[in-house]
Design a protein around this ligand. Structure first.
Ligand SMILES: [Zn+2]
Length: 85
C-alpha cells in the first residue's frame, strides 16, 4: 500500500514538473551513482587523506578534525609534535 502511494506521488510529481522519459532515466541512473559515491566517501574518509596530503609526514596521523586545531595554533602535528606547517 505504501509503495503504491509512493508511486502515485512520484508519478504525479513527474507529470506536474514536465519531465520526459529521458530525464527520468538519466535521473534514475545518476542519483544512485551519486548516492553510492557519497556513502563510500563517508564510510572510508581516511582513505583519500594521504592523496590529499592531509596526514603527518612523520607519524601518518590524519591532520583533520580536532588535530587541525592544534596544527592551526602551533603549526605542529598534534600527535608527534613535528612541524607540519
Ligand atoms: Zn605527526
Amino acid at each position: 500500500m505504501a509503495a503504491l502511494v509512493l508511486i502515485v506521488f512520484i508519478t504525479n510529481r513527474i507529470t506536474e514538473s514536465g519531465l520526459d522519459l529521458t530525464n527520468i532515466i538519466v535521473l534514475a541512473i545518476l542519483i544512485p551513482i551519486i548516492a553510492i559515491l557519497m556513502v563510500s566517501t563517508l564510510i572510508k574518509p581516511g582513505k583519500c587523506l594521504p592523496q590529499l596530503g592531509l596526514v603527518c609526514p612523520v607519524c601518518s596521523m590524519p591532520l583533520v578534525g580536532l588535530a587541525s586545531q592544534a596544527i592551526i595554533i602551533t603549526g605542529n602535528c598534534g600527535s608527534c609534535g613535528s612541524r607540519v606547517l
